[in-house]
Design a protein around this ligand. Structure first.
Ligand code: GLN
Length: 358
């Protein structure tokens, strides 16, 4: 079916629908990764976003359920140049088109994704809408985009079941704001028992598990919308447990300490983002997926130091708190997909919890 993407600035891009061909409103962002689309589709941090892949051919190795980062794809829409008609991989469970249909994720292909990406880079991330069919009413689309308000998906993606993973001796309470499962795998592999807590769990609920440390997960949307989580983190920080935060978890801890966050023009989404470790004076290549960052000017030097910065735009990529027990990063040390350079941060967390590495 014919598909049309309209951005909030009124620009339109024509293409063809695939996946679940139903009209959708989303925030349009781009990702520069050349592979790892299964991980991307199932990363809850993309909830509600229409993701444009800059790499032109997507779907050629199909979908392997074992690579999923959560139970289903969460993103609002998937926008690619060309969808491979052949899913060629011995591990493949289902092809991309069928997977998106089954999970009700609208797809759009056959558009000039590089031209679209240039627009998003120059004008910034924008709201947008994809409509399907022959009779598309442009004026009605524009109206809907203008009225569209981005919401926080954290309550939807956060798990309320209190699942427990692993059976190791180190007890980790995981604040689940929309966790990528590789964070859990990285902890279990290092000898942890990980129990998930919903985004709005109170400090008392978390402490009742008698954790050795708390892991703050990644998650979707504007960190400032997570008011209840920020309140609980303020109290948890003072309790004295080791805390490791990733991406949204990093932003929430910063807000809990009274630092500020702001929205980047077009975000960092890809698997080759260089960050500099300011202490070690080393650069690592990292996987990233975020639209917001901590404002360096608001970081109180009596409370925390900036530990990592982006080599691309100098923005804050990590904080080390002065109490010596709390550290957080904006990038994804669990990778999946992406480079494994910063996996040592999980070892650092294990050490802080008094455990020995396995
Ligand atoms: N991956 C994440 O946790 C993203 C954090 C936040 N939603 C952002 O876009 O900045």
């Amino acid at each position: 079916m014919k598909a049309l993407l309209m951005l909030e600035n009124g620009m339109t891009f024509e293409g063809t629908g695939f996946g679940y061909e139903h009209d959708v409103l989303c925030e349009v962002v781009f990702n520069s990764a050349m592979c790892g689309y299964t991980e991307l589709l199932t990363d809850p941090s993309y909830a509600g976003q229409g993701v444009v892949m800059t790499f032109p051919l997507i779907g050629n190795y199909g979908i392997c359920y074992d690579d999923a980062e959560s139970t289903k794809p969460w993103l609002g829409a998937f926008i690619v140049r060309s969808v491979s008609g052949i899913a060629s991989n011995f591990r493949c469970d289902v092809d991309l088109d069928t997977y998106l249909k089954q999970n009700k994720v609208p797809g759009m292909c056959g558009i000039d994704t590089r031209a679209l990406t240039r627009v998003l880079r120059e004008s910034g991330t924008m709201r947008g809408m994809i409509s399907y069919g022959e009779a598309i009413d442009l004026a009605a689309m524009k109206k809907q985009i203008d009225a569209f308000v981005l919401k926080s998906y954290v309550p939807e993606v956060s798990d309320r079941e209190g699942k427990v993973y692993g059976d190791g001796p180190i007890r980790v309470a995981l604040a689940d704001y929309g966790v990528k499962h590789n964070i859990i795998r990285c902890l279990v592999k290092r000898g942890c028992t990980v129990k998930c807590f919903p985004y709005d769990a109170s400090m008392e609920e978390i402490l009742a598990f008698s954790p050795d440390g708390v892991m703050l997960s990644n998650g979707p949307g504007d960190p400032q919308a997570c008011v209840k989580s920020i309140e609980e983190l303020k109290r948890l920080y003072n309790h004295g447990l080791p805390i490791f935060g990733i991406c949204l978890g990093h932003q929430l801890m910063a807000l809990a300490q009274g630092f500020d966050t702001y929205k980047l023009k077009y975000g960092h989404r890809g698997i080759n983002h260089p960050v500099k470790d300011l202490e070690a004076n080393r650069v690592y290549i990292t996987s990233q997926n975020h639209g917001f960052v901590v404002n360096a000017d608001t970081v109180d030097p009596a409370v925390a130091d900036v530990s990592f910065v982006s080599m691309n735009d100098g923005s804050v990529e990590g904080l080390r708190y002065k109490n010596g027990r709390v550290f957080t990063v904006q990038f994804h040390p669990e990778a999946s997909s992406g480079p494994l350079d910063t996996g040592f941060l999980f070892d650092k967390f294990i050490d802080l919890m008094g455990g020995s590495r396995i």
